[in-house]
Design a protein around this ligand. Structure first.
Ligand code: CMP
Length: 133
């Protein structure tokens, strides 16, 4: 069985959307196997988003993700990486298919409510950042 790592981002936590978002994964056959809430340190944020360093939106992304509590969830199920990405929808909420999490709750490209690993390798890398002590 495959797993994916989900982050419920500060904009969604602030608006009391944790339960709504987790219930969408559960209602679609995925199981939450680990759950954690924290405010990211600068180091964790830079490790997580390292591949975007140097891009125009990087500084804004780092200051946003460290701005308040996030929820980290390990989500398990068949084709979990693709399933979660499909449920999340396109990065820009304005482009996201209706009924996806970003279409329902996302505000803009930065405050887009959720993150999910984009490959099996990303799941391993991101799990090590957020779940290994
Ligand atoms: P996420 O899935 O967390 O992974 C990288 C994040 O960078 C992405 O979601 C967006 O929130 C953000 N991002 C990507 N492209 C842009 C952009 N053009 N402008 C602002 N933020 C972006």
């Amino acid at each position: 069985m495959q797993s994916s790592l989900v982050i419920i981002k500060p904009d969604a936590v602030k608006r009391n959307l944790i339960g709504n978002i987790l219930s969408i994964y559960e209602a679609n056959g995925l199981r939450i196997t680990k759950l954690k809430m924290l405010t990211p340190s600068l180091k964790q944020a830079e490790q997580h988003y390292g591949e975007h360093k140097g891009k125009s939106f990087y500084d804004k992304l780092i200051s946003y993700i460290t701005s308040g509590p996030i929820v980290l969830a390990l989500v398990e199920g068949e084709d979990a990486v693709d399933s979660v990405r499909n449920l999340n929808g396109a990065t820009n909420p304005a482009d996201a298919q209706s009924e996806t999490i970003r279409a329902l709750y996302g505000i803009d490209k930065t405050q887009n409510s959720v993150h999910a690993s984009d490959s099996f390798e990303s799941v391993e890398r991101e799990t090590a950042i957020w779940f290994e002590e």
